[in-house]
Design a protein around this ligand. Structure first.
Ligand code: BG6
Length: 492
């Protein structure tokens, strides 16, 4: 049931404009929202409903999957949207908010459900939660759910503090922590491919898999987020959340039922099995960090990280990191998971590659054929699909063996207009399905793992490797994999 008043904190911000408002519009067009809903935009700056609705139109025009025109359908959609200026530190404003919420709840026959979406900086989550309660926003019939954005803390202690503040007001089951990678179509497809096919699962272990590689590369620099990013860095911005979440989805055991808690329990077991680093030397041997300097990307010169706005000109923050991760359990003993992410790399792509072990005996060796390993590739972003690389005879030859691809390109299908991650997640939160949101124990264990790396890196900075924008990161990133006799498979 998606009937709810959606309260968007941070309604004049970038996330609301680029992702949330277009998501509402798609949900509306696909009749997932129905008519019993209202959206209240909240931010400090004064704005009238009309101005807010104009902003809404612009954002939908620019970013939505559907075309929009100011017709009757638009009018009936936009009448559900209201704006209220709010100082989140002042409880009196929340009382006004309560009145507006009740009014809209009555008008659209909503029945008391409220979804609070905090598109805000995490330092404010505690205060907002507190004032929601003190302002009477959580009273009455219907459910109250809290949806929050990352980063959830800066390290384990700060995440614990943040969690404690929120938990004073909301129960864990009502907290929806967003990791938008879990909302991506192909990340969700990993479980389906694994658990709905006979092919893969029997091979999904250390007997057959040589290594797994997860690459999340971006061409963008830090854009206008220099202030946030310089404090965070790639490890916290991408590693603690998106990368480890994808790793967990790849490594988890089949749950007994596809129930949110069962699935999350299995992911937690993976996080518990991560081999934690004991010493700074171990961290240095198994991780690589880099920072981009000026270079050329897609034929254009781009500045170095230290020249970006709001970045400390002497910053030692990493914009690239790679790591060799082990999952110490029966299934994965000895199989390295290589993860890497970086800004200002040559391509925007997210791919997961499963490299299989060689056949036990190469009967073609006498013909001097070195066989390429089989690969299974999940293309997550921006292309979506699955790609399987196998060895086959080159037609018309005397048995020359070449790798060929079996390629399922989901994003090539004509007319396919798949929902954006945020659409899916917003819809799931409104329906009370928490499968693709991160539970506190997952978040805490991921911080525990990442904190060890961050603290070793904090001890000294000589191992920060510089790389030119437009390259695949520092050479040391290649070595990390080469040391084990492997190589990064080029992204497709
Ligand atoms: C965000 C990070 O979580 O993910 C950004 O904070 C990053 O730094 C973004 O650019 C990447 O997301 P996507 O969906 O564009 O791959």
């Amino acid at each position: 049931m998606t009937s709810a008043v959606y309260l968007i904190f941070g309604a004049t911000g970038d996330l609301a404009r680029r992702k949330l408002f277009p998501a509402f519009y798609s949900m509306y067009r696909e009749r997932k929202l129905g008519d019993r809903f209202a959206v209240i935009g909240l931010a400090r700056r004064p704005r009238t409903n009309e101005q807010f609705r104009d902003d809404l139109y612009e954002s939908i025009q620019e970013f939505a999957r559907y075309n929009v025109t100011k017709d009757e359908q638009w009018d009936s959609f936009v009448e559900h949207f209201h704006y209220l200026p709010l100082d989140i530190n002042n409880v009196d404003g929340f009382k006004k908010l309560r009145e507006l919420t009740d009014e809209l709840d009555g008008k659209f026959e909503i029945g008391g459900n409220k979804l609070f979406y905090l598109a805000l900086s995490p330092e404010l989550f505690g205060n907002v939660s507190h004032n929601l309660k003190a302002g009477g926003m959580l009273e009455g019939t219907g459910w109250n759910r809290l949806v929050i954005e990352k980063p959830f803390g800066y390290d384990l202690p700060s995440a614990e503090k943040l969690n404690a503040e929120i938990r004073q007001v909301f129960d864990e089951q009502d907290i929806y922590r967003i990791d938008h990678y879990l909302g991506k179509e192909m990340v969700q497809n990993i479980n389906v491919v694994r658990f709905a096919n006979t092919f893969f699962e029997p091979l999904w272990n250390n007997k057959y898999i040589a290594n797994i590689q997860i690459t999340l590369s971006e061409t963008v620099g830090v854009e206008e987020r220099g202030g946030y990013y310089d404090r965070s860095g790639a490890l916290r911005d991408m590693g603690q959340n998106h990368m480890l979440q994808m790793l967990a989805v790849m490594a988890m055991e089949p749950p007994s039922r596809m129930h949110p808690e069962d699935i999350r329990d299995e992911k937690v077991k993976v996080f518990r099995s991560l081999r934690g680093f004991q010493t700074a030397a171990e961290v240095r041997a198994n991780t690589v960090r880099g920072q981009y300097v000026s270079g050329t990307l897609k034929g254009k010169p781009v500045p170095g990280y230290r020249e970006e706005d709001s970045v400390n000109p002497e910053s030692t923050t990493e914009t690239y990191f790679a790591a060799r991760v082990f999952v110490d359990n029966f299934r994965w003993a000895g199989v390295p998971f290589y993860i890497r992410t970086g800004k200002r790399l040559p391509a925007k792509t997210t791919e997961v590659v499963v490299e299989f072990k060689n056949v036990p005996n190469n009967v073609y060796l006498s013909r001097k054929h070195k066989l390429e390993p089989n690969l299974l590739v999940f293309r997550i972003n921006p292309m979506e699909g699955i790609y399987f690389k196998i060895n086959a005879k080159q037609p018309g030859t005397e048995g020359t063996i070449i790798p060929v691809a079996m390629d399922f390109c989901q994003s090539c299908q004509v007319g396919l207009n798949t929902p954006e991650a945020y659409e899916r997640l917003l819809y799931d939160a409104a329906r009370g399905d928490s499968t693709y949101f991160t539970r506190w124990d997952e978040v805490a264990l991921a911080w525990k793992y990442v904190d060890k790396i961050a603290s070793a890196w904090g001890e000294r900075t000589e191992d920060l490797h510089l790389y030119a924008a437009g390259t695949w990161g520092p050479e040391r990133g290649q070595q990390l994999v080469a040391e084990d006799g492997f190589r990064w498979w080029p992204v497709q």
